[in-house]
Design a protein around this ligand. Structure first.
Ligand code: PBG
Length: 327
């Protein structure tokens, strides 16, 4: 009879567990998504995302500095225009004084190269109908026209100082069009983080309040069906072929299987987005005293990394990094 196997031996002491832990979550791998709103003079709380606020053009500078000091990898900027500035074409997205463009410039001038400035390339924050693209007269989202606007947006973001542009609209051909536009304008160093596999998810609910968007209809003609996994492989491979430097799976925790599958077939950095609904559920349960908030946050981030994500966008990025900073 051989010696009895005793897996508990490796669990005896904190130092032993630390030594053998396979997965860690480091500040450098985290990106904070942040909202910058036009026409406000102080940060405005988002009711459905307790602890998250819309920032002003001024206060976002401080948030970005904190991110850099905490050692985060980046900040992902979303713009929130004033309601009366939204129109059918989302024209504020490509306006010089558009809120997102000004926010990118403000943050980049604040952090320089100490933090990656990332920008959301999508129209939904800017359109009055809330869709990610331009509609035809039947209300269908027009792919190719929308892609042309995304390319312009990405170029403007690069001009404003974005290090990384992140097309999230799930239009076909968006990555190729953006890469071409950036290269034509000598922005060959600006990286593309492509939302390769983005699902039509109810987990984005609180985000709609965060960006003041009231969507007419749904996004099922461009975002993926939650029942599909193989489709995600096709989507991310197509994005890489079009020039994506990094790809994203979104949401995160309900889609760990997708993260794991995509990780097996791609060799570019894989990001995932722990979205507003994932955040809100934990905060709501914690506010009721039903769960141990900090442990749930740490465990969910660990699980997302364990599934195979290299990079995690999370509203807890700054808090996580600060809580785990070595004193
Ligand atoms: C689209 C976009 C959305 C989110 C990020 N980018 C909303 C959507 O697709 O409906 C959701 C992020 C979150 O829920 O935290 N620009």
């Amino acid at each position: 009879m051989g010696p009895m196997d005793r897996p508990r031996r490796l669990r005896t002491l904190p130092v032993m567990r630390d030594l053998v832990r396979e997965t860690s979550v480091e500040a450098r791998q985290l990106v904070l998504p942040a909202f910058v709103a036009d026409g406000i003079t102080e940060p405005r709380p988002i009711a459905s995302m307790p602890g998250v606020e819309q920032q002003t053009l001024d206060t976002i500078r401080r948030v970005a500095t904190d991110c850099a000091q905490a050692g985060l990898g980046g900040i992902m900027l979303f713009g929130v225009p004033e309601p009366h500035h939204k129109d059918a074409n989302g024209s504020q997205a490509i306006a010089d004084d558009g809120i997102l463009n000004r926010a990118i410039a403000a943050v980049r001038s604040e952090v320089g190269d100490d933090l990656l400035v990332m920008s959301d390339v999508c129209l939904d924050e800017f359109t009055d109908h809330g869709h990610c693209g331009i509609l035809d007269d039947k209300g269908r989202v027009l792919n190719d026209l929308t892609v042309m606007i995304y390319a312009q947006m990405a170029r403007i973001h690069a001009e404003c100082g974005a290090h990384v542009v992140a097309p999230s609209g799930m239009m076909d051909g968006q990555v190729a069009a953006i890469r071409e536009e950036l290269d034509d304008d000598d922005f060959t160093d600006v990286a593309i983080l492509a939302y390769g596999a983005k699902y039509a998810s109810a987990f984005y609910g609180p985000f709609r309040e965060a960006v003041g968007s009231s969507l007419q209809g749904d996004r099922k003609t461009y975002q993926q069906d939650p029942g599909n996994a193989r489709e995600s492989i096709r989507e991310v491979l197509a994005d890489i072929e079009q020039g994506a430097d990094m790809v994203m799976v979104k949401p995160a925790l309900p889609y760990l299987d997708i993260i794991a599958k995509v990780r097996e077939v791609v060799d570019v950095p894989l990001a995932t987005y722990q979205v507003s609904g994932e955040y809100a559920m934990v905060e709501a349960a914690a506010a009721n005293g039903w769960i141990d908030r900090d442990r749930i946050i740490d465990e969910s981030l660990t699980s997302i990394r364990r599934a195979g994500a290299d990079i995690v966008l999370t509203y807890w990025a700054l808090e996580y990094a600060q809580r785990h900073a070595r004193g």
